[in-house]
Design a protein around this ligand. Structure first.
Ligand code: SF4
Length: 317
């Protein structure tokens, strides 16, 4: 049984120049203990989708249509007060892009980690600090980090603190938006291993957002490839990486350098992602697609199953 069901979700930014259709009719589900990687070029809508899932779109962002069902609650329909009390951090939690720089420099780690426990769980300060220490240990930090200030921590340590804080109210789903960006490769590997361990030990479901397909391949059970606000391919990591079907996924994978194995010439995708105020008709990828034909310009392809558990939105299938 999926624990998260997203149906026909539309999240737009309502600007004076028109509606930017950043997430446009997206549907997917997530199983308990599953990790789903969301990948695509910058501006494809993956971070907006993450924000929409906790109904925390920055203005002028708005959920226009669709549902986000978790434990029978539709996150898209709740008021701000209900979201704060019932959903955010308790059911769905998020590590924001660049979050490690968002730690408040004037408060200790313990103070900042205790706040959600005091507010949401009604713990007193002593109980909250003890729980904070337990979560610091869980993410591989020592208990005395509670007494430290952010400037006393390395980038990797700060990111571990952010992960511990995101998990402290025991959410069912954790959304991690580019959690390894700005970290060196050794620390990136440590953070990925930590997230795998947390998924295994806590049974948490993870939505891992990244533009880096090699990082996603390390952690994701399934991958959703986004282009211009839509999911264009969705399937198990093995199936999408080994047998990519959508021309955009194929092009993305050809643009990733390989260290081992058969060396292939790197190619780039010609053109740029479209303007989402007036996206191209039919298939949004058609102006850049080498296989485009008449129908692609006229008719939008639906995401359909082409192999067991492997979905593609392309008229070639
Ligand atoms: Fe290319 Fe047409 Fe498939 Fe779009 S639907 S990816 S334009 S072949």
């Amino acid at each position: 049984m999926p624990i998260l069901n997203v149906n026909n979700l539309k999240a737009y930014f309502l600007t004076i120049r028109g509606a930017v259709r950043a997430v446009d009719n997206v549907s997917f589900s997530l199983e308990k203990g599953e990790s789903l990687g969301l990948a695509g070029e910058s501006g494809c809508g993956k971070s907006t989708l993450g924000y929409a899932l906790i109904n925390l779109l920055p203005p002028p962002g708005k959920i226009m249509e669709g549902s986000i069902l978790i434990d029978g609650i539709d996150v898209a329909k709740l008021s701000e007060d209900e979201l704060r009390k019932k959903v955010r951090w308790k059911k769905i939690s998020m590590i924001f892009q660049g979050a490690m720089n968002a730690l408040n420099p004037v408060y200790t780690v313990g103070y900042q980690m205790s706040e959600p426990l005091i507010y949401h769980e009604g713990m007193n300060k002593k109980e909250a600090l003890e729980e904070a220490k337990r979560y610091l240990e869980l993410v591989g930090l020592s208990r005395d980090v509670v007494n430290r200030y952010p400037h006393e921590l390395s980038g990797g340590m700060k990111q571990r603190v952010m992960i511990a804080t995101a998990l402290i109210l025991k959410p069912t789903v954790l959304i991690a938006d580019e959690p390894t960006t700005a970290l060196d490769v050794i620390v990136q590997a440590q953070i990925i291993n930590l997230m795998k361990k947390l998924k295994r030990e806590l049974g948490i479901s993870i939505i891992f957002i990244s533009h880096d397909l090699s990082i996603i391949s390390e952690i994701a059970d399934r991958v959703a490839i986004m282009y211009a606000g839509k999911i264009v391919e969705l399937g198990s990591s093995d199936s999408v990486y080994l047998k990519p079907k959508h021309p955009y996924t194929q092009a993305l994978l050809r643009a990733v350098p390989r260290i081992k194995g058969k060396k292939e010439k790197l190619t780039f995708i010609p053109g740029a992602p479209p303007n989402l105020i007036e996206p191209p008709s039919g298939c949004r990828f058609h102006p850049r697609c080498p296989y485009a034909f008449d129908r692609c310009i006229r008719e939008e392809p639906e995401l359909k199953q082409v192999e067991s558990g492997h979905f593609v939105a392309c008229h070639l299938y």
